[in-house]
Design a protein around this ligand. Sequence first.
Ligand code: IMP
Length: 193
Amino acid sequence: METKTLCFATNNAHKLEEVKSMLPPEIKLVSLKEIGCFEELPENQRTIEGNAIEKARYVFEKYGIDCFADDSGLEVDFLDGAPGVDTAHYAGKERDANKNMDLLLANLNSASNRKARFKTVFSLFWQGEMYEFSGVVSGEIALEKAGENGFGYDPIFVPDGFTKTFAELGPEVKNQMSHRAKATRQLLDFILF
Ligand code: IMP
């Protein structure tokens, strides 16, 4: 069985872990550190798609390796789709997950509609060509934080069909149905078939 090597262009150890756990043995996922990339990746676009492409293109052009990047955002209906492309730094430049969640909960204080969705876009550079895959998971923003698993906004996101947050449900459940799981399955279908 031929092994295919692919770099996941992310500095987020949680994302790397999630995607690694979903891959079959014929794909060897390497991190940025493993290819000698220790710098921050550029992320200057005003769309999730644009940021995914910018990060993946940077790694492909500088390191010449097949790679993909993920850019994600949380869209909340009551806030007209915010925080969206600003999800990572919603409460400020320090990108603090607790502060981000606190601000979102405060902004939804009076909201009866708490519907939201996580969206992710993967930009893949594969054999010199660029491809895009995306995944969405719908749910609601909880009234308060709950759970210890995951990262980012997981303690306040309750996926449709469940009464617990991603952080309470844990990786086995999250990685079956998350935005990232859906995009990963599309990427695998493309690379393996
Ligand atoms: P980025 O794609 O790394 O820019 O992430 C945007 C923001 O969404 C960051 O605050 C992440 O922590 C958050 N985020 C991305 N994916 C997830 C997830 O699967 N669960 C919870 N938060 C996430």
